[in-house]
Design a protein around this ligand. Structure first.
Ligand code: FAD
Ligand code: DHB
Length: 390
């Protein structure tokens, strides 16, 4: 089998890249280890930056997002029992965020790909990426009980943090940077009208909590927990009590409802450099991870493939490799900005292990500064909605 761009992974990065290439008339084949049902059911991100929304719309896969996505103009930071609104749009010249689940983005992209009748193989696991330093790299994958070879001009490894993209670099070719955080998030999805109109990030001495949503009838809430928290210790009633204790303010009550999904997420920061070797390019979580606070992971993945698609178009149309050569450096500027922002939001809002009172005082001082200084609030806002130039 032969193609121009071989793509490993049908998450948001791989699917969006395939769409951008299709629109430019460049051939690609996508191989995805999991089933379509699995990919479409995985509950992950929910906040789209304006730039992500614009890109999906321009790529022709934004129709349902436009109809069903909820446009938000602000978020709140809560500390010392009070909520403080950060008016994102007022502080960023009218920019907004859109609440629309990653699950929905993935469904729309898969539907678009299949409608175009282009190759997207599910239950096709890549087990080796070969000859990546030659001009004909190959993806070796298992599918339908057999082993197959996909010969390409270029391989895009969009295969997430546990994929094989990074492992296919020669030993010593990657420099890695990272941090594990001593806490995780217990997330719930509840079929109940969300108790908030805008997201609330709450700092308390019991730990962090986040009130988010997916639609007018679906609430998505999170509690700071241990990285290896046992879900069995969290019956629904305990979750609602703890959410109430961490987010309650005078004159407001949390509306409980049926919990339809529970999960625990570990938190880490990770970057590898560079993002390419020969004809192998890493994009999205395959190359970098941010802790979820600040909602950057999906948006960063989409930014990588926007840059990669432009570079591939230039290469395939004119044989010019300048943008491909610049891909890693171009992306890393934004990657490190988002790494810093996510680390900053995370460490400002989560209870440090042992709850050291000195750390807590520093956190509330910083939160007070962010919510009272326009300059500080603007810095948070422009990072949150997505910087236009990094
Ligand atoms: P993935 O979505 O991980 O996709 C990679 C794909 O590659 C997978 O489908 C996988 O099955 C496939 N694959 C792996 N190995 C192989 C192989 N060998 N062969 C073939 N296929 C393979 N980000 C935000 O921007 N906003 C948020 O609000 C937000 N909230 C989050 C909340 C939670 C609880 C979590 C866990 C994450 C959140 N994120 C958020 C992060 C976001 O979900 C990820 O950054 C995003 O999924 C990255 O997309 P990706 O396409 O790079 O990787
Ligand atoms: C969500 C996730 C985040 O990491 C965040 O900062 C905001 C919202 C969410 O899943 O809704």
């Amino acid at each position: 089998m032969k193609t121009q761009v071989g793509i490993v992974g049908a998450g948001p990065a791989g699917l969006t890249l395939a769409r951008l290439l299709e629109n430019a008339g460049i051939e690609s084949v996508l191989v995805e280890a999991r089933s379509r049902e699995y990919c479409e059911a995985r509950i992950r991100a929910g906040v789209l930056e304006q730039g992500t929304v614009d890109l999906l719309r321009e790529a022709g896969v934004g129709e349902r997002m436009e109809r069903e996505g909820l446009v938000h103009h602000g978020i709140s930071l809560q500390f010392d029992g009070e909520r403080h609104r950060i008016p994102l749009s007022d502080l960023t010249g009218g920019r907004t965020i859109v609440i629309y689940g990653q699950t929905e983005v993935v469904k729309d992209l898969i539907a678009g790909r299949l409608e175009s009748g282009l190759p997207l193989l599910f239950e096709a696991e890549a087990f080796a990426l070969e000859d990546v330093e030659s001009s004909r790299p190959r993806i070796r994958f298992r599918h339908d009980g057999g082993e197959h070879d996909l010969e390409c001009d270029v391989i895009a490894a969009c295969d997430g943090f546990h994929g094989i993209g990074r492992q296919s670099f020669p030993a010593g070719a990657l420099r890695e940077f990272g941090r594990e955080y001593p806490y995780g998030w217990l997330g719930i999805l509840a079929t109940v009208e969300p108790s908030i109109d805008e997201l609330v990030y709450s700092h308390t001495e019991r730990g962090f909590a986040l009130l988010s949503l997916r639609s007018h009838t679906l609430a998505r809430y999170y509690l700071q927990c241990e990285p290896d928290e046992d879900l069995a210790a969290w019956p629904d009633e305990r979750i609602w009590e703890e959410l109430e204790a961490r987010t309650g303010v005078d004159g407001w009550t949390l509306r409980p409802g049926p919990i339809v999904d529970k999960d625990v997420t570990r938190m880490r920061s990770y970057v590898c450099e560079p993002l390419c070797r020969g004809r192998l390019f890493l994009a999205g979580d395959a190359a970098h991870i941010v802790p979820p606070t600040g909602a950057k992971g999906l948006n960063l993945a989409i930014h990588d493939v926007r840059v990669l698609a432009e570079a591939l178009i230039r290469f395939h149309e004119r044989g010019d490799e300048t943008l491909l050569d610049a891909y890693s450096d171009t992306c890393l500027h934004r990657v490190w900005r988002c790494e810093h922002f996510s680390w900053w939001m995370t460490t400002m809002l989560h209870l440090p292990p042992g709850g050291d009172p000195f750390d807590l005082r520093l956190q509330t001082s910083q939160l007070r500064y962010v919510t009272t200084s326009e300059a500080q609030a603007r810095a948070l806002a422009e990072n949150y909605v997505g910087l236009e130039t990094v």
